[in-house]
Design a protein. Structure first.
Length: 284
């Protein structure tokens, strides 16, 4: 394990109408990275994503404030490098609280693992994320994204015909997300849907806990099957499996592969667990 500090759980960090949806933006004189669009406003996200990762990994990190709703130390920061700057979230390992059901690894490592799976499989659910040193020691650093405050998150979470949300539900099944709350949905003005707070994912035991059960038992979409196949290929024959072993136990990586294989075999959305709360509390 590359990060052997006690693991920690991620409880709700952002109210539905606060946190990432209402925090102060980066200064007006900054060159702010916009994930999901290139610098000229076209649809190609990769140059921007690469620039975001470089900025997050190498930039100077300045703590602006703390998200006080968070159970673990969660800092709102500005990060600067080579004339560009952006807002970000920094979660140092030193501020994590242990969880009995996630005894191995760290919250920060699991957050990064979720991003690696999201990007490699083409799920595009998790904002750009790196693991780096910071003012309070090593931890997770994730690009802050300003969600569309005109979107009613409760209504969005209840939707049964939103393709983005349905794809997120399958991603959560892959990473075994134990904490998909309504307030963790980050719909962007341009149409992208991100999710945040993936610190309690990847348990080897089935612990899927989410507000997105409206597709249980229904057939997976072609988009979901395609992302599952890409994920499986990269987990078993590509570099993704080895990358995850830097942050997860071998058992957790094996369980991730098994979940993907079960989803591909059944080709339906999973059902809630019988021996585990199906919905996180509070659901917001």
């Amino acid at each position: 394990m590359a990060d052997a500090a006690p693991a920690s759980g991620a409880k709700r960090e952002r109210r539905v109408r606060s946190g990432r949806r209402a925090a102060a933006a980066a200064p007006a004189d900054s060159s702010v990275i916009d994930p999901g669009a290139s610098a000229d406003g076209t649809a190609d996200p990769w140059p921007s994503e690469a620039a975001s990762l470089s900025l997050l990994a190498t930039g100077d990190l300045e703590v602006v404030g703390r998200l006080v709703d968070a159970s673990n130390a969660t800092m709102y920061c500005r990060i600067r490098a080579d004339g560009a700057q952006a807002a970000c979230v920094y979660k140092p390992i030193a501020g994590e609280r242990p969880l009995w059901d996630f005894p191995e690894g760290t919250l920060a490592g699991r957050e990064l693992a979720a991003y690696l799976v999201s990007r490699a499989g083409g799920w595009d659910v998790v904002p750009p994320t790196v693991y780096r040193d910071g003012p309070f020691g090593p931890g997770m650093c994730q690009l802050w994204v300003d969600a569309d405050q005109a979107v009613d998150l409760v209504e969005l979470a209840r939707s049964a015909d939103d393709a983005r949300l349905r794809q997120m539900a399958v991603f959560d099944a892959v990473v075994n997300n134990a904490d998909r709350k309504i307030g963790h949905l980050l719909p962007m003005p341009g149409g992208q849907l991100y999710g945040c707070d993936h610190g309690v994912c990847f348990s080897a035991e089935y612990k899927l806990r989410t507000v997105l059960w409206q597709w249980r038992g229904k057939k997976l979409t072609p988009a979901a099957i395609g992302a599952l196949r890409r994920s499986h290929d990269l987990l078993t024959a590509g570099d993704l499996g080895e990358e995850l072993r830097d942050w997860l136990t071998a058992e957790e990586v094996a369980a991730t592969i098994e979940r993907v294989e079960r989803l591909l075999a059944a080709k339906v959305h999973p059902y809630p667990p019988a021996d585990w709360p199906a919905v996180p509390w509070p659901p917001i």
